[in-house]
Design a protein around this ligand. Structure first.
Ligand code: SAM
Length: 503
């Protein structure tokens, strides 16, 4: 019974908003000059937002609330009883995805405020518990953008709901104000700007979701004002629900969403050109940590299945993971990776002759390795890995974790005579010498580099630092900026003499 209740809670994203948070958000809107005649709460639940909005906005003439769960509706109706003499109210049971929003919105006067907290659940989250609270395909035949969203393997229900509401509000004097994941707010902004939606202004006020909802996710109060004025292609970001907490301005530039446009403008002269000689790489992808990653114990190795194994040295390399790069000093390494190929697609049969114990070990665990589901392993030699090449085996590297919420580069040299490798949560530059690595490390640890990357990083992302962002910065231009053009000269000399640079 309890299990069934939990499943329903997850499927409906049923985390009701605490009344004090609803009141704070309405206060913010009032301070911004929002004076709605109509209030709409599309998933009103127990009515925190309906009540807070009616208490805050004296201008309101009518109010409409919808929720799929009828168990909450009586509570909401009771809460708003005191307003029923002066305001037309309607609290209705219904499914957002099949409700006739066009008709409802057309019957309500401008200015309209759509406010609430749609469910924070993804389609795959719903799928994994066998739920069905999803948009039906037939609903959005005319909504090409939404079609693209539902075509994605994973999307947030709230992203779909917010975008469809914005679509319905086109041409109206309206404001949409929703609590949602910050990642959803970003996707909606990008969608809106790419589709020329009439956003007069937008704001993101970060909230502490742990405090209010006991969930560990980056969330915000997302506000979009729609109207007739020329659309503004920027969004103010606040660190909390307070107008004094303005942090920075995000903007739509060159078809992408730039988190900090001031830093972008300051450092755009350092953007890499097409022929940038330095290239960031991902660490090795093997999708089988239990077998391919081993811990050194005295002279033996222990794999992820807890087996003690003896292997030849040839295919084993000291390895670092994201957590090693992001935290503390690296004084010793006791994790090793089995790297059976030197380049992608290399035949692996040779291991049998070079290192028979390693071959036996791989054969013994071929059931797990052959079961790797990613399509990249199909039609490739047995035990294949990806993200491997000459660049993997250089002694000196500069590396960073893609997962952690800090910009911390590490200078990595060989360990016990072997080059260090990384797993695929890390990125690195492969360097030709210790001197080059030291220089790159020095300039990457500079204020200019930190500010440059900060212009592009959304810290609420699962993987905030990406290859795309790293490769955006020209290390040649950065070296020049810091008067270290010797690096540039060396690189150009190498280019001119047609030496192969192993990046
Ligand atoms: C995060 S809760 C928020 C409730 C309320 N808006 C608040 O802020 O307290 C999400 C609400 O969405 C409702 N809901 C979920 N799926 C729905 C759907 N398809 N149609 C209408 N309401 C839905 C749930 O019943 C739940 O009350």
């Amino acid at each position: 019974m309890e299990k069934l209740k939990n499943k329903k809670k997850i499927e409906l994203g049923d985390w009701q908003t605490p009344p004090d948070l609803a009141i704070k958000t309405c206060q913010i809107l009032l301070e911004t000059g929002i004076c709605p005649a109509s209030i709409i709460e599309p998933t009103c639940g127990k009515g925190s937002f309906v009540l807070a909005a009616l208490e805050t906005f004296q201008s309101a003439k009518c109010c409409f609330g919808l929720d799929i769960s009828d168990k909450y509706l009586a509570e909401t109706i009771k809460k708003i009883q005191p307003f029923q003499n002066c305001i037309t109210t309607s609290i209705t049971q219904g499914d957002f995805f099949s409700f006739s929003w066009e008709k409802q919105i057309a019957s309500m006067p401008d200015p309209v405020l759509v406010i609430g907290n749609p469910p924070w659940v993804t389609n795959s989250g719903i799928g994994s518990i066998g739920g069905r609270n999803l948009p039906k395909k037939s609903n959005f035949q005319n909504m090409k953008g939404l079609d693209a969203i539902t075509g994605k393997s994973n999307f947030d229900i709230s992203e779909w709901m917010i975008i469809s509401m914005l679509d319905y509000l086109k041409g109206r004097d309206a404001c949409l104000a929703m609590l949602c994941k910050t990642a959803v707010a970003r996707k909606v902004l990008l969608y809106g700007w790419k589709n020329q939606m009439p956003f007069e202004w937008c704001s993101i006020y970060k909230i502490n979701a742990q405090q209010y909802f006991d969930v560990a996710v980056d969330a915000c109060f997302f506000v979009v004002k729609l109207g007739q004025r020329t659309p503004a292609l920027h969004c103010k970001i606040y660190s909390d629900l307070n107008h004094n907490s303005f942090e920075h301005l995000a903007a739509f530039k060159k078809n992408r969403l730039i988190p900090d446009i001031a830093l972008y403008e300051k450092w755009k002269h350092l953007i890499a050109d097409k022929d940038e000689p330095f290239k960031w790489r991902s660490g090795i992808k093997h999708d089988c940590a239990k077998i391919m990653e081993l811990r050194k114990e005295n002279n033996c190795f222990r794999n992820g299945l807890g087996e003690r194994v003896e292997l030849e040295d040839e295919y084993l390399f000291p390895m670092l993971k994201s957590s090693d790069l992001a935290n503390g000093e690296i004084t010793s390494i006791n994790r090793y990776m089995l790297v059976p190929q030197h380049f992608v697609g290399q035949q692996t049969g040779i291991i049998k002759h070079n290192s028979p114990k390693t071959w036996d070990y791989l054969q013994r665990h071929s059931d797990l390795l052959d079961r790797r589901t990613s399509v990249i392993y199909r039609n490739n030699p047995q035990f294949s890995i990806f993200g491997v090449g000459d660049y993997t085996f250089t002694d000196w590297k500069v590396a960073i974790s893609g997962f952690y919420k800090n910009i911390r580069f590490r200078l990595i040299g060989p360990y016990e005579g072997k080059p260090v490798v990384f797993d695929d949560t890390c990125y690195f530059l492969s360097c030709r010498s210790k001197e080059e690595a030291s220089l790159l490390y020095e300039i990457l640890s500079s204020q200019a580099a930190e500010e440059f990357f900060s212009a592009y990083i959304w810290w609420d992302s699962k993987r905030p630092i990406t290859l795309e962002i790293l490769n955006m910065l020209s290390l040649v231009k950065l070296a020049d900026f810091y008067g270290k053009s010797a690096l540039i000269e060396n690189v150009h000399q190498d280019k001119e003499s047609h030496q192969l640079i192993m990046f």
